[in-house]
Design a protein around this ligand. Sequence first.
Ligand code: GLA
Length: 346
Amino acid sequence: MASGSAASDAIEGRAQALYRRAVGRAPSAVASASGRVNLIGDHIDYAGGAVLPMAIAAHTAVAIGPSASGEDNFASEWSGDSRWSRYAQGVLLELRARLPESRALAMPRTVAVASDIPVGAGLSSSAALEVAVARAALADAAIELPPREIALLCQRAEHLHAGVPCGIMDQWCVAHARPGEAILLDCASLDSRPVALPAELAISLVDSGVRHALRDGGYAARRADVEEAAKQLRVAHLAQLPRARWPEIDALPERLARRARHVVREHARVGEAVAALGRGDLARFGELLSESHASLRDDFDVSTPELDAIVAEALRGGALGARMTGGGFGGMAIVARRGPATPGSR
Ligand code: GLA
């Protein structure tokens, strides 16, 4: 399931070469998956909110085949860091549990990974790895699963084997979107549809240089706050708290109130952003990005001084809007400008 572009072909070639070095012969299957950038709607996927992520040109490729050692083996270009292999192993274990009749899946595998998605930068390097492993292992076993099932299986692998209580946005986007295509996903119903981006909207990525690890606790703590707020407000999906009930948020303990305020407003902003794109109102779209950043910074406490500085500078320089993107605690910011779509991000 390669995307067929020259860039992903080159990365698949690197994964194949790694496999060959590890095992001494050619892999039996190779597949890739792209990273994603979220345009708007952060920290609301696990609250049943709507999100608007987009696949990017950067890829992770996986070459897979029999293992020489009698157990699963993992090789990557990330020298000295083996934490990533828990994600790959988790996907293999979940595939085996889901498809126990497959003999190919049951056999020990060597998984070789090459990628040009920076790790910990908010571009979903983990979801791309998970989906690429799933695609390669399924191709090797000659089994097809719909993208929806691949996304849910990879999310489960991340929960159970990597210990990150992530939402569904990343795996869904990576399993469904083509580079440059945005997807509106309702994370409560899992209804999704592509959203066209105006040709005169340029989205660029700016790296804060700070790397996060979502397992470091901040992410799980935010999710726990959101679940506690939902419990106290007696609502299944906090993002969908009806507007008439928003005043009840003020009665929550201060920190939970700020978290809840972010969630309900961010969900509303996603709907507004899609409407603004639909009518070509780039100015309003940009404002919503900047409002989202302020909310993630002040109410959700997931931005960093480096990300805040990037956003402030972009706005001073005349950008339509800018915001941190993804889980936060470092990583990337996106900047929206009027102009031709930027290569690399679109
Ligand atoms: C990470 C998680 C996603 C989502 C974002 C924040 O990328 O994997 O599920 O919660 O953070 O929007």
